[in-house]
Design a protein around this ligand. Structure first.
Ligand SMILES: *[C@@H]1O[C@H](CO)[C@@H](O)[C@H](O)[C@H]1NC(C)=O
Ligand SMILES: *[C@@H]1O[C@H](CO)[C@@H](O)[C@H](O)[C@H]1NC(C)=O
Ligand SMILES: *[C@@H]1O[C@H](CO)[C@@H](O)[C@H](O)[C@H]1NC(C)=O
Ligand SMILES: *[C@@H]1O[C@H](CO)[C@@H](O)[C@H](O)[C@H]1NC(C)=O
Length: 658
């Protein structure tokens, strides 16, 4: 039996009743929320639409994102450039009114007034009037004045000229009771990263929406809409400087599609947990620039593991985003069949609801509604009617299939205490991970009173001992026990150390229920004084050993060989991840980034650098050569020179330069 299987049998979730507060748990009083994308909602018949919206409202979604675009059976509301079909806008307006009335104002809408995929006829978006005029040179949409003016007209007609027939003739730009925000476009520059042409378009359109059309005056958010398409962990597709530094941008919309790793080395939620570590390059900068972060699209991605894992992958992602306090919208809801797509049908009847993917999504939405956030959304959305959760534990995923290799505490799983991972792993930044080579205190490492083991391991005979995860005694059917209506989880009881005298290994150590730092006198933060202090007493708190900051979580720093929480003393040490800095030697993480925040202890992350462009070049071939000299590198510079790159079928370069 492998360690993972042992965990499976034990259903380990740590020693629940006595757990210390979760590492990196968000305690701010700001709320988060969840919602859904519903691209074709406006095309449903009014009665059916009513039923569907009622179901969405009942699912505890707070936001529905609508797309203004055509589909196979409907034309775009701008069938000819500069000419608009009022009937199509009426459908959107009716949909807004239904959402507003059915939800009694609780659910709001985000509008994507155009889809960049319609410029190329990709991803189910029919080639629209812009696309026909652009003839494949779709980047001209962003850089050529003619198209910029045409697009401004479209936005002006939608948000200022069209008189709402359901909201007393008012323009949409004033309907903040039902419209939360407006995207500049869905996925501008779709799939092109870094942006090669027309980057100034972004801030020009954001400013046009916010100031000229008056969204800002009405407290309707301007959202970036998922710039350059899917976000990856390595790059900054969705948050280039041009977005973070544009004053008219209120919300950075992030679109990411992450699959569960088939070798079980990461859940579908692991990338989200890693992307939004509080205080990291992205979250600290967003706070500094006064931007809100919204995961505007995420999905189940089908893998070789099969559909049995769909619910798990949905719950894992929602759970990770809820834990990080980042609001999110699932992409997407449908009334059609799901197949192996990312779609989730809201229309499954009650009988099948507990087995259908919608069950996992509803569970995540319900938890999102009471999750806490470090970001304040009250300008755009009312606080939930329920009190915010004080949950200190990360909810277990009740949808892991029986056949899965691993239920809890495996690599990439969320964790909330040192002993909630498989014994050989380290709970760092709320994710179970393989400790680095240099991590002190691993199983079998030498230890003594001055060189402790990882906090869940014991030092015996000079070596850190293997141990067995202390599982809870599983209820008869723990899946049922932990699903709904029990946000605090009912995990059963923990076995005592004496419960199984014949087991070959001792249980891993659990953290004490409460731990106080009062007996611990914080060493002076001035590094030059360090040698003059005695080391603090060991084991006064559940702390891991370290020799440098990479060994500690983002909420800790390495002091005297131990990871110490950043907020452990009244004189909160500056220099932890995300805190303002002027120079690197002021950062306990070791590195002050270009935006004046202490950043990851590792070397600076390369975002949108030359390497990224090389990748793009090699993929897109000759397209690269079309970039004017001096414009080739990185998205940091706002590029405004037209680049003639035509894409055929969305992928192949047809013609470049001119
Ligand atoms: C709420 O979020 C804002 C940032 O948007 C932050 O400054 C504030 O401290 C948060 N509120 C609380 C109570 O933490
Ligand atoms: C959020 O901001 C609003 C004003 O913009 C303020 O009244 C409210 O107290 C803030 N909420 C939190 C939790 O900080
Ligand atoms: C278009 O209409 C046909 C016939 O009603 C229907 O079968 C098809 O699913 C529709 N397509 C879309 C994308 O709505
Ligand atoms: C969370 O804690 C706060 C302060 O202790 C309390 O006012 C609130 O009611 C608690 N919320 C829940 C859901 O228990």
């Amino acid at each position: 039996m492998t360690g993972q299987n042992a965990l499976l049998t034990l259903a380990s979730v740590g020693w629940v009743a006595k757990c210390a507060a979760a590492d990196l748990r968000i305690t701010a009083d700001n709320f988060s929320f969840g919602g859904v994308n519903f691209p074709q909602l406006q095309y449903l018949s009014p009665n059916y639409r009513h039923q569907i919206i009622q179901k969405v409202v009942d699912s505890n979604a707070r936001v529905i994102r609508l797309f203004i675009r055509g589909d196979a059976n409907h034309t775009d509301p701008e069938p000819t450039l500069g000419e608009f079909d009022k009937a199509m806008l009426d459908r959107i307006d009716d949909t807004l009114a239904q959402i507003y009335h059915i939800s009694k104002g609780k659910v709001k809408v985000i509008i994507a007034p155009h889809d960049a995929h319609a410029l190329r006829g990709t991803e189910d978006a029919p080639c629209d009037a812009y696309c026909k005029e652009l003839k494949g040179y779709f980047l001209d949409f962003y850089s050529v004045d003619k198209y910029r003016e045409l697009y401004k007209t479209r936005l002006e007609v939608f948000f200022n000229h069209y008189p709402s027939r359901n909201f007393g003739g008012r323009p949409w730009s004033e309907l903040s009771e039902v419209i939360l925000g407006v995207d500049v476009q869905n996925q501008p520059w779709a799939n092109i990263h870094p942006i090669v042409a027309g980057e100034s378009w972004l801030c020009i359109m954001a400013t046009y929406l916010k100031d000229t059309l008056g969204l800002g005056k009405s407290n309707i958010a301007v959202i970036t809409g998922g710039i350059s398409g899917p976000q990856t962990l390595e790059r900054n597709q969705n948050f280039p400087d041009s977005a973070l530094e544009c004053p008219a941008v209120d919300v950075i919309g992030i679109h990411g599609y992450f699959a569960q790793k088939e070798d079980f080395s990461a859940t579908a939620g692991t990338p989200w947990a890693n992307l939004f570590v509080p205080g990291n390059t992205l979250t600290a900068r967003a706070e500094k620039e006064n931007k809100l972060l919204l995961v505007e699209e995420w999905s189940y991605m089908h893998t070789g593991l099969g559909l049995a894992y769909k619910k798990q992958a949905i719950f894992d992602q929602a759970n990770a985003l809820n834990h990080r306090g980042i609001p999110w919208l699932y992409s997407s809801l449908t009334f059609r069949d799901e197949g192996t797509t990312s779609r989730v049908s809201i229309d499954r009847d009650e009988a099948s609801a507990s087995t259908a993917a919608i069950a996992a999504l509803k569970n995540g939405l319900t938890r999102a509604e009471t999750s806490r956030s470090n970001f304040n959304w009250t300008t755009y959305l009312s606080a939930p009617s329920k009190p915010l959760s004080n949950l200190t534990l990360i909810p277990m995923n009740p949808y892991i299939p029986d056949r899965a290799d691993c239920l809890f505490g495996c690599e990439g799983y969320l964790c909330d205490s040192p002993d909630s991972c498989s014994p050989s792993l380290l709970c760092k930044n709320s994710v179970c991970q393989v400790p680095s080579e240099s991590q002190p205190g691993k199983i079998a490492d030498a230890c003594n009173s001055k060189k402790p083991c990882l906090s869940h391991l014991s030092c015996v005979d000079g070596a850190c001992q293997p141990c067995m995860a202390r599982g809870t005694i599983p209820p008869k059917d723990f899946r049922k026990t932990v699903v709904y209506n029990n946000p605090h989880g009912n995990f059963g009881q923990c076995p005592l150390d004496t419960a199984s005298p014949f087991q070959s290994l001792p249980y891993c150590r659990s953290p004490p229920s409460t731990f106080s730092y009062s007996s611990y006198s914080s060493p002076s933060s001035s590094s030059t004084d360090e040698n003059r202090h005695e080391s603090p007493p060991l084991a006064s708190y559940p702390s891991n050993p370290c020799t440098n900051p990479t060994h500690c979580s983002a909420s800790e720093y390495c002091s005297w060989g131990l990871c110490v929480p950043c907020s452990s003393s009244p004189d909160t040490p500056s220099g932890c991840l995300g805190t303002p800095c002027r120079s690197s030697n002021k950062c306990k993480t070791g590195f002050c980034n270009a935006h004046g925040r202490c950043d990851y202890p590792n070397k600076p992350r390369k975002l949108g650098n030359k390497n990224n462009f090389d990748t793009w070049r090699s993929r897109k071939g000759a397209g690269w050569n079309a970039a004017p000299k001096g414009q080739e590198r990185g998205p940091n510079k706002v590029w405004d020179v037209p680049v003639r790159v035509a894409f055929e079928g969305g992928e192949k370069v047809k013609e470049t330069g001119v």
